[in-house]
Design a binder for this molecule. Sequence first.
Ligand SMILES: CC(C)(COP(=O)(O)OP(=O)(O)OC[C@H]1O[C@@H](n2cnc3c(N)ncnc32)[C@H](O)[C@@H]1OP(=O)(O)O)[C@@H](O)C(=O)NCCC(=O)NCCS
Length: 185
Amino acid sequence: MSDCAACAVSVTVENVTPWEGEILVPRAAAPSDAQPLTALIRRAKAHWGYPKEWLDAWHRELVISPDYIRQQRVVLLAARGEIAGFFGLELRSPLAHLEHLWVEPAEIRRGIGRKLLTMACADAKDKGYRTIELVADPNAESFYLHHGAIRVGEVHTAVLGTARVLPRMQLDPEQLLLRSRAKSG
Ligand SMILES: CC(C)(COP(=O)(O)OP(=O)(O)OC[C@H]1O[C@@H](n2cnc3c(N)ncnc32)[C@H](O)[C@@H]1OP(=O)(O)O)[C@@H](O)C(=O)NCCC(=O)NCCS
């Protein structure tokens, strides 16, 4: 038996997707994935053009530790050992929190983010959650709005003296799954 909470994730959407002729397979992250997932986060965050100094200043936030993988639900999509993206979902009370959703920059806008978000919604719904909350990067807000999330507040923060306002958003996992099924026919 695994010590990884995410191993219990049941993916109720189709569990493979075509990717350059390869099959992307979902799997629960293992503690040994912590370093490659952390590196992926930094590359994905850099996709928005943030300066290196900001990325360095965020090093405590832009990290996945082996303990985080043991304690939370971290699920990735991979093909031939290459990780295309992953999500990290925290099942708290009363809401589920999507703390991580990252796609390898070369694979952005190829349907992987939608697949990961759908898997996270299926997981949250399966566990009885009716709302997922997340704090989005401002550049990703439109992605979540596109998937039916609504803005419910703001988080005021700062990096190296520059103020930032991050959208706090909520998503109904059942609604997203219904929309996703309707779209795929
Ligand atoms: C945000 C992110 C996860 C989206 O993943 P993605 O794989 O590029 O998104 P997809 O290709 O699956 O897009 C799915 C749908 O959302 C739309 N979409 C994707 N990014 C969008 C954006 N920034 N704004 C509006 N719509 C967007 C796509 O057009 C597509 O629409 P369709 O369903 O009508 O075809 C990805 O861009 C990413 O990892 N960015 C960098 C890291 C980051 O900011 N992560 C989020 C932290 S909160």
